[in-house]
Design a protein around this ligand. Sequence first.
Ligand code: NYM
Ligand code: MG
Length: 238
Amino acid sequence: MAELSASDKEKRGALVVVEGLDRAGKSSQCELLYKSLLGMNYKAKYIRFPDRSTPIGKQIDSYLRGQSQLDDHSIHLLFSANRWELAQSIHEYIANGTTVIVDRYSYSGAVYSAAKGNPNLSLHWAWQPEVGLPRPDLCLFLSISPEEAAKRGGYGVERYETDSMQKRVRELFLSLLDLPHNDEICVIDAGQSVDEVAQDILDPVLECMKNVDSIGPLKKLGPWTFIPTGESPTGRKD
Ligand code: NYM
Ligand code: MG
């Protein structure tokens, strides 16, 4: 196992986000990554969104389980508020040298809401409440086809876990990959074995952690990140 050098110990942590469709294997891979980093003596923290433990998270959980109804904009803003609740602590972890692994983030936030097809809720609109949140240093997109994901256990239990929704979510995720300013996105083939996916994830994460000094202080998500102003990959103008 790698020993930490003196300069490693002074570095800020990296903010690493893992994204993808339901059943892409995000949570299992985040756990593995977290354990690998701890095993190498790095300081690491694993968080996931939605964080269902907070009062806002409980409202989200009830909506996802179909136990409550909410306007599309309202639930969208709750998901975003759930990230804002943790923004300060993410800054603090990063500043004290802890690498933060985040299971879903603003990209899920924007694409799932936009995929609902509400004509008043474009991808561009959906991105706005994310502006100012900590900007990931690296985003790993676990790429899997909706058909492959649907074969995995537990699929179909919650709201959004339908074939048509997952297909639109994937199209929107892919449209984000084509936009400028997305250098920090790395696409991982999530159809491989668990060990192969874990290795494909670990390499870019270690590279990113090594290079955080050259990236500089943790940045903030801007309106320019991923979504060009005034248009959206859904083809709608705001
Ligand atoms: N989801 C998740 C959103 O619609 N917006 C968000 O901002 C986030 C973080 O919640 N189908 C959706 C995607 C998932 C669902 O997430 C629950 P998970 O990771 O499956 O528990
Ligand atoms: Mg899910």
